[in-house]
Design a protein around this ligand. Structure first.
Ligand code: ATP
Ligand code: MG
Length: 279
């Protein structure tokens, strides 16, 4: 059996050649039986960029991530540009860090052993991986919780364990699929600020799915709006707001006018999925 190519866990993220996007998708499509999930997705992500993706439920956002992480194969054009090279989609397995929509913590593993799982699978030294996870706990707001099991954690803590696991798997490109979806507004706001700090410190490239337009603008260098299924990129907007992003940014005229434009685009697409409310 051919194993996907993996890197030693200690390796720094691979360098993408200058002037090359880290990820470049052209006319990507995906069909599941009768259902066409994606149709002609064009997407370019530059190294270090934070790109957020919004779109109606069921438009193919998670499918897009499953393809970029090598879990699903696109219909055609299955060769993508990744880190400056042409790569077959299935060979992307293990080359990006992926946090799926559900946190997928294992109930029988404690915080540390959940966090090191991908490293363990690729054969890293377990003691070293555990020591590294221990060191990272405070940064992820989990100090003192090393030995706890998922059922002993709050929803936000579980998501931070899943995030820590994603960050520990050191790949240049991080895919985060609604990582804060299950959180209340206040916790979510705190997690957003925290994520920006972690992102700036670790200098990674992020593709981030959310249903929340405020979140998409607050975090992103660029916001992409997807069409209703079959999903394609309807609109791409650069977020020209200064970093570090401060909380009061959300009331600035620039933020509000961008939000209006994005909401209109999303609403137009959502109507195709759900139709207008009947009352
Ligand atoms: N493995 C699969 N087998 C069959 N159909 C699938 C599979 N994965 C996704 N789909 C279908 O593809 C479409 C897109 O699903 P996907 O999960 O990508 O949507 P999404 O944009 O992430 O939605 P949400 O915002 O609700 O998470 C849906 O119609 C879904 O039923
Ligand atoms: Mg999804």
């Amino acid at each position: 059996m051919n194993m996907p190519m993996t890197y030693p866990s200690t390796m720094e993220p691979a360098m993408t050649p200058a002037d090359e996007p880290i990820l470049d998708l052209r006319k990507l499509s995906k069909t599941f039986g009768e259902v066409q999930a994606l149709d002609g997705v064009d997407l370019t992500v530059q190294p270090g960029e934070f790109v957020t993706v919004v779109g109606p439920s069921g438009c193919g956002k998670s499918t897009l991530f499953n393809i970029v992480s090598g879990l699903e194969e696109p219909d055609n054009g299955s060769v993508l540009r990744f880190e400056g090279q042409s790569v077959h989609a299935k060979h992307l397995l293990g080359r990006v860090s992926f946090m799926p929509q559900r946190d997928l913590l294992l109930a029988w593993r404690n915080v540390i052993d959940n966090a090191i799982l991908p490293l363990e699978i690729e054969g890293a030294n377990k003691a070293e991986a555990r020591a590294e996870a221990q060191r990272m706990l405070p940064e992820f707001g989990l100090a003192g919780f090393a030995d706890k099991y998922p059922h002993e954690l709050s929803g936000g803590m579980r998501q931070r364990v899943a995030l820590m696991r994603t960050f520990m798997f050191k790949r240049d490109l991080l895919l985060l699929d609604e990582p804060f979806g299950a959180l209340d507004a206040l916790t979510r706001t705190m997690m957003q600020r925290w994520l920006l700090e972690v992102w700036q410190k670790h200098k990674r490239t992020v593709l981030f799915i959310t249903h929340d337009v405020d979140e998409a603008i607050f975090l992103g260098d660029k916001v992409l709006v997807m069409t209703a299924r079959p999903g394609a990129i309807k609109l791409a907007r650069t977020v020209d707001l200064p970093r570090p992003r401060s909380a009061d940014l959300v009331t600035s005229p620039e933020f509000i006018s961008l939000k209006r434009e994005l909401l209109d685009a999303i609403e137009e697409e959502s109507m195709k999925t759900f139709g207008p409310a009947s009352h």
